[in-house]
Design a protein around this ligand. Structure first.
Ligand SMILES: [Zn+2]
Length: 288
């Protein structure tokens, strides 16, 4: 987490329905960050076109084809009402938002099934796309305190300039071999919307339980030589050693693409030094 934070009370937003609906701003990305504790290296900056088209960071395999662009629309009052009624985790809230506002991915019309297949970083990217289509690309952070000179100031963040991590080898079909201990190997797929929802299915789950849910959704198989472990999903995840689980979680964290919302950087004009911000999903929909 960054040293500074958005000041919720002083952001002059008029959008209160979504805000109230999201009573827990701890947010998916903070919780996912807990699950995926390792941080990744610096990523290239990629500009997003400033319209209703979104360039995905990972893309979606659909009928054997990799779809890398999507079209979204702005939020309406009807969407706002529907979102305020969503029960359950914020992952579920994101699914409902995307089911309503994503028009197509590639040439494929959006559907709930398709939305659940999107990588979690691409889901973040699409939520940003809806935000840009609804309120524009600039977010104002009011009354941020500089951690260096302690001065309070207002800052503007351009959502199209946030750093993004992009998949270098999409031909892998989002599946990767990870070396485990004792010569074992795991075939791992990057987490999608379905895995994201599974992580937060149970409200009071512990971190190891969330890890098992995440790993259960990502483990394709585990094998040693010619022998494949017969277990699947969460049972397979629970049978792995703690070290192997950490190894796989670290790999996922380092590999999964998407906008780095927990690593927004800009320089404070007052003292010229770098200030970092973390942006959560609900904050994207606070009006200016
Ligand atoms: Zn400063």
């Amino acid at each position: 987490m960054s040293d500074t934070h958005w000041d919720f009370d002083s952001i002059g937003g008029s959008v209160t329905t979504l805000d109230q609906a999201l009573a827990n701003p701890a947010a998916v990305n903070a919780q996912v960050a807990q699950v995926l504790t390792e941080s990744v290296g610096d990523a290239p900056v990629i500009d997003v076109p400033e319209d209703d088209h979104v360039q995905l960071c990972g893309g979606l395999y659909w009928d054997g084809e990799l779809l890398t662009r999507a079209q979204v629309r702005e939020l309406t009052g009807e969407d706002e009402e529907a979102l305020a009624r969503v029960k359950g985790s914020q992952a579920r809230w994101m699914s409902v938002l995307l089911e309503r506002t994503v028009i197509r991915v590639g040439d494929e019309p959006a559907s709930p099934k398709l939305i659940r297949k999107l990588l979690i970083g691409d889901r973040d990217e699409l939520v940003i796309g809806v935000r840009v289509a609804t309120f524009g690309k600039t977010i104002s952070a009011r009354n941020v305190q500089c951690p260096h000179c302690e001065e309070h100031f207002d800052a503007e963040v351009d959502l199209t300039k946030i750093e993004r991590l992009r998949l270098e080898n999409p031909e892998s079909k989002h599946q990767y071999e990870v070396e485990l201990r004792n010569g074992r190997k795991a075939l791992v797929r990057l987490p999608d919307g379905a895995a994201q929802e599974a992580i937060f299915e149970q409200d009071d789950a512990t971190i190891p339980e969330r890890n098992s849910a995440l790993l259960g959704g990502c483990l394709v198989k585990v094998w040693s030589g010619d022998v494949q472990d017969a277990r699947i999903g969460k049972e397979l995840a629970k049978s792995l050693s703690v070290a192997d689980r950490q190894q796989i979680l670290r790999f996922i964290s380092e590999t999964q693409p998407g906008p780095l919302l927990d690593r927004i950087r800009f320089s404070h004009e007052g003292c010229g030094r770098e200030v970092r911000l973390t942006l959560t999903m609900p904050e994207l929909f606070l009006g200016d």
